[in-house]
Ligand binder design. Structure first.
Ligand code: CP3
Length: 342
């Protein structure tokens, strides 16, 4: 049994003394101990070496004592396993030299046995669980099929993912074939992660907010729902859709245990749109961690008051930024841990 089960209790909607806290991208470049490892090993070596991945996963826990760890890895290991080449270029980000642009390209994409091709992730999970020693739960994750398609078709990061959208709107049959292949792979992958030991899974739909509500239903939500259906009896599922406040109503009825919210949606609105019953996670503006620690603490307390301490997981509204001072990240975690209901 896990000693600190605040996070798992919040996912079940149970009453808690205070909300649990973790930060999206908490294993990252704002940490000097992360930068020390980054200097020595390139990105995918860090992902593929269980010793390194598990060490990076526990670094923020040692420093700050969050209530959950998230495995260090990347959403783009899925296209890699599907035979799509992915590079991580320093100071540039993801780069896919042969992006998917035609029905023929989609045909070439394989659905791998993830237990085998992503065995290094499963090993990293087992090693991380040993290092965590049942103190706190471990979160596994995957990108949403739409967000993965964005990179596969665009070939790199983008402000509007125009090529990905053009592919969906001009070649919808091929786009849906690709989305289904990614979905099947992702379900297989997340199930393997649960078998390896993760206690919950999060689906990152980082680019869902690029789509209109109608297109979101067709090209993103439909596939996320398949993932929830397949996983919900194995582990609690958190869905984080950036810019997807319009979908909170459907998401709340999906069987997910919790929904992520970004900072452009107020707590009140998020509760209203999601029907008031489901656990919500978020939504501190990551850039607000640049404010002085005293101000961060005040704003975090107000955020918890606004969401309410129950059915709530304190987090950022997206990943932590690389330029955040380490003491400011500390103030965020401390403020949640010091929270007492008025
Ligand atoms: O949350 C955690 O601490 C776990 C680690 C994690 C990483 N990527 C490590 C990483 C997680 C959960 C991700 C998910 C991810 N990866 C997403 C969804 C979440 C989000 O932020 O929207 C996306 C869109 C990606 C794709 C990706 N990976 C991009 C766009 C980049 C480059 C931009 C950047 O932030 O540097 C990456 C690289 C990456 N993944 C880094 C880290 C720590 C930084 C590069 C490095 O360490 O060399």
């Amino acid at each position: 049994m896990i000693k600190n089960d605040l996070f798992l209790r919040a996912l079940k909607g149970e009453t808690v003394e205070r909300p649990p806290v973790w930060m999206m991208r908490q294993a990252g470049r704002y940490l000097p101990e992360f930068m020390a490892i980054k200097k020595e090993y390139d990105f995918f070596t860090r992902c593929q070496t269980p010793d390194l991945a598990s060490e990076i996963t526990v670094q923020p826990i040692r420093r700050y004592g969050m209530d959950a760890a998230i495995l260090f890895s990347d959403i783009l290991v899925i296209p890699q396993a599907m035979n799509i080449e992915v590079e991580m270029k320093p100071n540039f980000g993801p780069y896919l030299p042969n992006p998917i642009r035609t029905a023929k390209d989609v045909e070439q994409v394989i659905i791998p046995d993830t237990e085998e091709s992503l065995g290094y992730v499963m090993e990293a999970i087992k090693l991380t669980k040993e290092k965590l020693d049942n103190e706190i739960p471990l979160i596994g994750f995957a990108g949403s099929p739409w967000t993965i398609l964005c990179y596969c078709v665009q070939g790199q990061g983008s402000k509007n993912f125009d090529k990905a959208k053009a592919f969906c709107f001009t070649q919808p049959v091929a786009a849906h074939q690709l989305l289904q292949k990614i979905t099947d792979t992702t379900i297989d992958y997340l199930k393997a992660k649960v078998r390896a030991g993760v206690d919950a899974v999060q689906v990152f739909d980082s680019w869902g907010g690029m789509l209109s509500p109608e297109d979101y239903t067709e090209f993103s939500w439909k596939y996320i729902q398949q993932i929830i259906d397949a996983l919900k009896d194995e582990a609690p599922v958190i869905v984080f859709g950036k810019g997807c406040w319009f979908a909170l109503g459907d998401m709340a009825k999906s069987g997910a245990s919790a929904l992520g919210v970004d900072w452009t949606c107020s707590a009140r609105n998020a509760r209203y749109l999601s029907g008031g019953q489901i656990t919500l996670q978020g939504n501190f503006d990551p850039a607000r961690l640049l404010s002085p620690p005293k101000e961060i603490k005040r704003m975090v307390t107000e955020m918890i008051d606004a969401f309410g301490k129950d059915r709530y997981i304190a987090n950022l509204g997206h990943g932590i930024l690389p330029n955040i001072p380490i003491e400011n990240a500390g103030a965020f975690v401390e403020a949640v841990k010091e929270y007492r209901q008025k």
